[in-house]
Structure formats: C-alpha cells, structure tokens
Write a protein that binds this ligand. Structure first.
Ligand code: AMP
Ligand code: ZN
Length: 474
C-alpha cells in the first residue's frame, strides 16, 4: 500500500507501527449546522482508505471525534464558539443543537454507506482528559495562563510549522497583523488551550470547572487528547480536510509532541475540497447541499458516492447537478447489471464470500489490476474504471459477480443489495421500439435497422430476447 503523506509531501510505502493493527483518527465534524456533501466527500474518502486497508489484511481501529464545544468561527482564537452562535440563531440550547446535528451527521454517513468508526468521541464527554493534558503542558513549560485563557507558547516548540512547511517567523509576522484580543497573550501565534468564562466568553453556556477557573477547552487540544487516549501516543494515520493543515493539525502536533516527546502521527491524510459553483462548499458561505437535498431530487446517495470516487481525493472537485445526474445513470446501470448477474446465477451455484480461492487466471488478473489501482495512493477513479472493465469482460458470470461484490467491499457502492432500477423510458423511445418491432416482424430489416439507429442516437439500446425486445439506457 502506498499513501501520500502531507508531512513528507511524498507518496510513501505505508507501514503501520504494529501490524496488522492500523490506528486511524479522523477529525470529525463541528456539530453546529447540517452536515453537507462537502464533508461527506472527505468522509467517503476516509472510508475508502479504511476499507482498502481492511481488504489488504490490516485490522483498522478507527476513532472520530465530534466537536461539540470550543471550535471558534475562526480556526485560530478569533470569533465566537460555533455551537453557541448556532444556538443563539436557532433558539435551541447548545446541548439540543449539538445532539440534533450529531444525529444528522451520523444518519448522513449511514446514507453514504460509510462504515461507522469504532469509537465516536464527543469533546464534551472528555473535558477531564483535556484538563489533564493542559496541566502536563503547563508543568513542562509549554503553557502559560493569563486572565482570559491558557495558551500554548508556540516558540517553545521549535518544530512548529513542519506539517505545512510554514516558517515560524513568517507565521509570526502574519499573526502580528491580526487583532490581539488578549493583551497578555505573549505572542499572537500562541493558541488557546483553555478559554476562561470571562470577558467575551462570560456568558458561555458550556463551561466546566478547572484549575484555571470555569471555562471550556480549545478545539485543538480536544483532538490531541482524544486521539492519544484511544489510539496511543503515536497514531498511524490522522485524517482531515486540507483546511486543517496550517492551523488545527500544526497545533495538534505541537501539543501532542510537547507532551510525549514522540512522533504524533506517522501518515497525514488530507482531502481536497468539494466546491459548489467554483467556491468551497461551506456552512459559512451558505452554498451547501445536504444528503436530503440529493435524496429529494430522487438521486440515490450511492450515485453521489460513485461521483466522489471518480475524482482522486487529492484533487479539488466541483459539484454540479449534471455530473451527479450522469453518475446516477451510471450507478443505475451498474446496479441493474449486478442484479441480472445475480438473478441469472445457476440455482445450484454458491456465492463465494471471498475470491482468493478458485478464480480463473483472467479473473485474477482483473482483481490484481483493481488492487494495484486502489493501493497506489487510492486511485479510486482508476479502480472504478477497472470495475467497468470487469463488467464488460468475458469472464464467467459467476466469477464476475463474486469479483464485483468483493471489489465493492472497498468501493462501498452497496451493490450486494442491488435491486432492479426501472428506468423511465420516454414515450418517444417506446414508440420507435414498437415501430421497429413491427418492421422486424414484417421482415423489413432495413427499416428495423434504421429505427434501431434512431433509438441508439437518442441514448438507448434495444435488444431482442426470448421474452421480446428490451430497452435499456446506453
Ligand atoms: P468541520 O465540521 O468544518 O470541522 O468539517 C469536518 C470535516 O469536513 C473536516 O475534515 C473538513 O476539512 C471537511 N470539509 C469541510 N468542508 C469541506 C468541503 N467543502 N469539501 C471537503 N471537505 C470539507
Ligand atoms: Zn481534529
């Protein structure tokens, strides 16, 4: 398995610390609004990574946090707490809001056939762990307290910036231009570990007692603490969107490595963005679609998943309804194909659960081609192309079905539950098909061929079977 590592900016051979176990942490959502399909692109790609690792024999332990406190409207220390802001807007309590949006997130990932993590960890359930970690940072001289907060002192961690390749001096110059909200903050690049419920946060609803008075944790410490609690001081893979690289993940590295003196993450896995009309799809811009928007247009979420798979995870992807509609057609064809393969199976044949045993040479070659694509830094678009090659190949129906279903264990398109999808055939096509049938019966083959051509031109195929003619989408 080869994987691009943001830390080295190279595709590396993936070697977990303690094989066959792979520890995997995904930065989860901030639950202050509805999950949109931009988030889902990131989580689908995380899911494909996890399924691929499992497919090639690793045992993945997957943890995802739910940020229900402490993520401010700016990724650094500026702005308001997103959840509190959301609650003010809707009139719900912060706790209700977090619950509703957490549930929506989980049902959205279920819709996308994303395997749930082994552990979902909510920030609000781990405050004692955050406090503990901040205390260690304080005792090691990496943290200091002011009247308003407890900060991580960035200049005490000389490696700061290694993930994004930013020089600390450059960051300091940039940060100096920002408004300094706390005059006691030693340096503008220092970031908050603990916000005190005072000043701009005096009315903050979510608050806990601590050695520094009542307050709430910063977003970055949450991920360091929960990642290390469940997965150990060094984790194999840590995932997130590219927006997390310069601030959130730099800060996580600084906090964690300052505490342990060990490498925090072996492979950093970052997803590029989904855009809508050329702009980042985001809650704050309001240009986002949810999975319900997709379903309300009659599109199966699996068609969206197929659409996501057709762009490599490190490439920006622009969402359009036209591209979704094309993916939806392709998905329906795939489903119908699998359904027919399944229906036409010999009644006595047994569907094999795995394909390792007994595939013919040609089938094995297709299988290997798929593995080569997906294990080369998750070339999902290539892997999907191999799937279509398999569909069109001449390998036996039984082997084809087994191989497709095995591959689908990685792609996650839910093909094993394939139900025949009835295409709406337009009246015009039905009429042409009927005329062709009449011409064929009258042995007017020239005319029937012309009519077939007309049907083809309009994007449909017509096939004669024992039970009469059959129209399908091309
Ligand atoms: P958030 O709830 O903003 O913390 O985002 C949750 C995850 O979704 C993070 O890993 C983000 O980087 C990712 N994300 C947010 N917006 C997008 C987008 N438009 N496209 C892809 N990933 C996104
Ligand atoms: Zn995180």
């Amino acid at each position: 398995m080869k994987l691009y590592n943001t830390a080295s900016r190279k595709i590396e051979v993936f070697k977990p610390l303690n094989p066959p176990e792979v520890t995997f942490y995904s930065c989860g959502p901030t639950v202050y609004d509805f999950t949109h399909i931009g988030h889902l692109r990131t989580y689908v790609n995380n899911d494909v990574l996890k399924r691929t690792l499992t497919f090639i024999g690793y045992k993945v332990k997957h943890v995802m946090n739910i940020t229900d406190v402490g993520h401010l409207t700016g990724d650094s220390d500026e702005g308001e707490d997103k959840i509190e802001k959301g609650a003010l807007k809707t009139g719900a309590t912060v706790w209700e809001l977090a619950r509703v949006y957490t549930d929506y997130f989980i049902s959205s990932i279920d819709d996308m056939n994303i395997i749930r993590p082994d552990i979902f960890s909510s920030a609000t359930q781990h405050v004692p762990e955050f406090i503990e970690l901040i205390k260690v940072l304080e005792s090691k001289g990496f943290a200091y307290e002011t009247d308003e907060a407890v900060y991580f002192e960035v200049k005490k961690f000389p490696d700061y910036g290694k993930l994004s390749g930013q020089k600390l001096e450059e960051k300091m110059t940039k940060a100096r231009e920002e408004v300094r909200l706390d005059v006691k903050k030693r340096n503008p690049v220092d970031f908050t570990l603990w916000f005190k419920a005072t000043g701009r946060f005096k009315d903050h609803v979510m608050r806990w007692p601590s050695a520094w008075g009542e307050g709430f944790p910063g977003w970055h410490i949450e991920c360091s603490a929960m990642c290390m609690k469940y997965l150990g001081e060094t984790v194999d893979i840590h995932a997130g969107g590219v927006d997390h690289i310069p601030v959130h993940h730099e800060n996580e590295i600084a906090q964690s490595e300052a505490v342990t003196g060990k490498k925090f993450v072996r492979y950093w896995f970052h997803n590029e963005f989904l855009l809508a009309d050329g702009q980042k799809m985001s809650k704050s811009l309001g240009n986002f679609y949810t999975i319900d928007d997709i379903k309300n247009r009659g599109v199966d979420p699996m068609a969206l998943r197929l659409l996501f798979l057709q762009t490599h995870y490190r490439q920006i992807m622009n969402f359009t309804w036209d591209s979704l509609s094309a993916a939806s057609n392709a998905y329906s064809k795939l489903v119908n194909y699998v359904y027919e393969l399944n229906e036409n199976r010999h009644p006595m044949s047994v569907r094999k659960p795995t394909s390792d045993v007994g595939f013919q040479e040609e089938t094995m070659a297709y299988r290997q081609k798929f593995i080569d694509a997906i294990s080369e830094d998750l070339q999902a678009p290539k892997a999907v192309a191999v799937l279509w090659e398999i569909v069109k190949s001449n390998i036996s129906a039984e082997e084809k079905l087994n191989l497709i279903l095995e591959i689908d264990g990685v792609l996650g398109l839910n093909l094993k539950n394939a139900k025949f999808i009835v295409f709406e055939i337009p009246e015009e096509i039905k009429k042409l098909a009927q005329e062709r049938e009449e011409a064929r019966i009258a042995k007017n083959f020239k005319k029937s061929d012309e009519l077939r051509g007309a049907i083809n031109q309009k994007g449909y195929d017509i096939k004669d079977t024992d039970k009469g003619y059959k129209i399908s989408k091309k």
